[in-house]
Design a binder for this molecule. Sequence first.
Ligand SMILES: [Zn+2]
Length: 306
Amino acid sequence: MIHIFYSENFNIDLGLLRYLHPFDGMKFQKVFDDIQSNSNIKFHSPENPISLTLVNEFVNELIELLIIEKVTILRALEVPNIPFVGFSYLDKKILSPMRYGVSATLQATKLALTGKNCWNLAGGYHHASQHNMEGFCIYNDIGITYQELIKSGELINTDQVLIIDTDAHHGNGNARTFLDNDKVKILDVYNSDIYPQSEFTRERIDFPVPVSSGISGDEYLAKYQKALNTLSSDYKVAFVVAGTDVLASDKLGHMKLTIDDVVEREKITLERLKALDIPVVFLGGGGYSKESAQAISAAINRISEL
Ligand SMILES: [Zn+2]
């Protein structure tokens, strides 16, 4: 049994603007269509997006100003300036779906802390932090979730939290967010040949698994399994940034995994965390190829049987 968080509001329908970015904004809907008849899944949906008040509590003063500016948002989304598009359009079409994604990460984590394994189809915005927005990430959902759970007392300062980042890119936003918090440990499997090439991230990651462009599924899974085996059971909850940009069909990740490899990856992740008795919150992360949705649904259908 797995608890899936999905909302129609996650979907980013850009119309013609979709040609400006390789991101398939409708993949959440495609995954939902593929898994909705699975009786081993219980579905949940966030009713509201995370409020800007909570976002502003998390980010620093400069980002609080930039996060409502069209030009800086477009830069973070990696699209050129578009003169005929206003901030309100971006807010409705892209930012609001992402705030629903943040809200779902918070709700999924609250449920995970009661011992249930969860998967938010959105979220995993691992390049954003309280100091920056970049790489198609505006709000750091794990950071905002951590802030809220500390406030509510559902997590306390001494609780250890684990982040496993299997997105193809290095999680510089999570590294920056938790730079000075040694209770949050990070395992990161990433392509060291591509963006973001960040020195502080290399220094901050507790369990680094750097790999090179062109890595095969077998080599990737062997290295990842070895890293998983070193983990202890000290963690109250684990976040998994389950990006599918590791697929060979992905233009940005430069790795050679197949859909079956991604299914195997999520399976060994859940098996290891179950063995350690650590509840998990899988998060969407990146993944820009046409196979992305198919890989996610196949993985969810497989691990729902575990
Ligand atoms: Zn990525």
